[in-house]
Structure formats: structure tokens, C-alpha cells
Design a protein around this ligand. Sequence first.
Ligand code: BES
Ligand code: MN
Ligand code: ZN
Length: 492
Amino acid sequence: MTRLTDFACEPFSLDAIAQATGHVAVFVTPDGRMDQAARRADRLTRGAVRRWLESDGFAKVKPGEVKTLAYPAGLAAEALSLVVLPPRPQPIEARKAGAALGKVKARLGLSVFCGGRPRMAQLALGIALRDYGFDAHKTPPADQKPRGPVTLFHSAPDDLREALQTVLAMAEGVAFTRDLVNEPANVLTTTEFAARLAGMTSLGLKVEVLDEPELEKLGMRTLLSVGQGSASPSKVVVMRWDGGGKDAAPLALVGKGVVFDTGGISIKPAAGMEDMTMDMGGAGVVAGVMRTLALRKARANVVGLVGLVENMPSGTATRPGDVVKSMKGDTVEIINTDAEGRLVLCDVMWYAQERFKPAGLIDLATLTGAIIIGLGHENAGVFSNDDAFCEAFLKAARAEDEGAWRMPLGKAYDEMLKSRIADMKNVGGRPAGSITAAQFLGRFVKDDMPWIHLDIAGVASVTSDTTYAPKGATGWGVLALNRMIQDGYEDA
Ligand code: BES
Ligand code: MN
Ligand code: ZN
């Protein structure tokens, strides 16, 4: 399923440039200087590199961009890519250059002549992130050749190989999230989702699947009310990574896992409804983070919980006007069955706090269309009751080049959630739709619990290519959360 590239590290060799098959990449600086490998490629191609550097086109090129020359004379390769990068790039610069290379889709293999350049693991991460495709349901052409590896020719191949371990753990977490988010809902049922998560026990994660009778016993009626119209049973999956101190309270990650959102009885319009296969995006990110933590054996305690349900209309579905009781004990009048994500999250968030007494709580959800109106597809909405906790996340997101923008919370918005007959209703009306949704969740956060709510409806899956991903699922948030954990919850 996951089409993660194979990577190899080899000692740097100029002689390999002429012989390498597939695709060859060499570096030039933004001010048009060639390194040793680029000079060799230039000589072999009888000046092709220099002609580009001296062309008008090169004057407009920015660091991180890639120029590909097809079937270069003098090389065995089918293509030569010239990567524009300063000699000592910033991590994100190197990652972007890698993404530009990954976009080239060198199916027959890619040989990158790094010399002694730093940040080449970041370059590899960029390649791995961008060279992703979801081909699970495409019939391959009969004559398809096997994919070739990416070989990094570096003067310190052993050090680079070690650095690759960590970045490939990150890339694999992102790819796992993307595969889940891209998967159609007839394949990724609640049962299949839980099975894929249970499969991660082989990585050292502790995984528990709570089924409907247990959820009933726990009193998760708001979560169950969302799934009760579906033939697929509702589930909560708990994933634990205990890599930290024995007594250290964990960080809790909670994800919305609506495997398909028809809207329920408050049914959505037909146009675009197929996009609601991505409504488990929050759960997908939680799963991807847990996978990365396990793969890189993070020295932190983190618990990931996902609420897996399908929101369908049927004779057993919740009706608008129904009143249900949450695990916390508060009652909710369900005005609109399409505002279901908050009903799933509030029970799982409460359960996470009761059971794990976490040091902090972060929930992720494709929660509102309104956040797309507000922030588009560039930034996720960030809501928090704790400035320091929130800033730690925003800083990590900046460092990983994942867009995130803080939104307000406030008591005044609670007025909009008042119900005539229950403790609250599940929608607050059109104004401030993302904030009232966050405000609803806030009622299920215990006093003094540092909490961040991430509304990822706009960023989880997009309709055009991004820097790091082809169109479709992005895996937004896996890298930011992984970094936040690395920077704030691990002892060196
Ligand atoms: N899953 C949707 C939100 C969504 C919309 C995600 C577009 C991704 C893309 C959510 O369950 C929903 O339906 N929200 C409603 C809430 C409304 C009924 C208060 C919405 O945003 O319209
Ligand atoms: Mn909905
Ligand atoms: Zn939804």
C-alpha cells in the first residue's frame, strides 16, 4: 500500500556519475556555482549544466528548485536533475529541495551526488514525502518495471545512514496517515481501521480496541449516538507508547475517526459528499504520530485515542431533536446530526482524561466547514486554553513548515450553545461555526488541563498538489506533533 521509497547510502564517487542509470541529481548553488559532482556532470554532458547556469532561466530560479534535463548525452542516466541549494542549507530548504526531486518521480531509481553536504537526511525526507502515491486501487500496467532505490552518494555514508533512520520514521508515519485518509469508506470501515491500528502492536505499541458493549458500559452515549445508524460497529482504539519515565504522565492525543460522514438524518447534499471519506483525518494523524514514535523509539509517554464511527441515515439513526447523555454526564440536544464530530470527541476526550490523567490533551478533527471558509487550505485552526502549551505546538508547526493559526475561544460564545431542554445543544448556528464547535469541546476539558484543539478540515486532504504531497491526503500534523513531543516531552 504505502509506496515508500527505498534509500541507500554509498561512499561519494565521481566515477559513479557517468554510469548511474535511472535518474542522476547534482547540486548547484543559488549564485550559480557548481560543486565537484556538478562539474563532472557538466564535463560529461559537454557543458549542459553551465549553459543552464548562464541562461536567463537560471536568473529567476529560487533555492530549493530543481531543473531536469532529459536523456543527457554523455550519461547513462535517463535524466539529470540540477538541484539549487546553498552549501549550508536550513533544514526546511533541504527538505523542499528533496520534495522538488521527489516530484520528478524517478521510478527507475535516483542517484544523488551529495559530496560532503549537510542536511542530506532532510533532503531524503523531502523526497520520501513528495514521492508518495496512493495506488492501492489502480491496476498496474502489465509491463511496469520495479521501482529503483534512491541512492545518496555521500562522503560520510555511515552518519547519513544513521540520520536517515529518524527521518524515515517520520516519513512512514506521514505515509500511514495518508493511506488511511485516502482509503475509501467501503474499505476503511471502523473494523478495518481498528485492525490496521491493532497491527501496530508489532512495533511495540500497546493497542486496545473497545467495542460497543464496553463503550455502552462506559456511558459513551454521545459517541454511540453517531454510529447507531450504521451497519459498521462503533469502536474506540487506545494506542500507548510508553517510551518515557515510569511515572511521567502521558501526553494524550485524541482523533475524530468518522470513516464516512453522510451527515446522518441531517443529510449532506450529494455534490462533494464523496470527500467525506477523509472525515477520519484526525484519527489518521493520531495513528501516524503513534507509528512515528514507535519507529523512532521516542523516549516519551504518549497515548493516542481514536473514536471510530460511521455517520449514516437509517431507521436506527439519531434524529434531530434527540437528547443523549455524554460519558461526563452532561446532556446534549442533537439539533443537527451533521455536527457529529464533537459528539464523538467529547466522550473520547473525557475518557482519556479520566483514565490517563494526561499532562496535556490535544484533539484533532476535520470538524467544521467553517474553518475552511476562515483559513482555507493553508492553515489548520488552533484553539487552546493554555498559551505556553499552544505556543509549543505553533513553534513545532512552524519548524516543520505545517500551517497553523491560533483562533479565539471565549465564554461569550457559550450563549450560542444553550438548549431549551438539555444542558447544551450540538450546534451554535452559522456565526463563528468553528469557534462554537471548539467551545462545545471545551466543556469536556477538565479544569487546569492544558488543551489544544486542532480543526484540520481544510488541511487534511486537498484538491491540488502541495510542496510535500500530491493532491489528496497530506498527513498534516504528524511532523509537528512528533516534533512537539521530541522537543518538550523527551529527555535527551
Ligand atoms: N465533517 C464535517 C466538516 C467538514 C467539512 C470536514 C468539509 C471537511 C470538509 C463536519 O462533521 C460537519 O458536517 N460540520 C458541519 C457542522 C454544522 C452542521 C454545524 C459543517 O461544517 O457544515
Ligand atoms: Mn458532519
Ligand atoms: Zn464530520
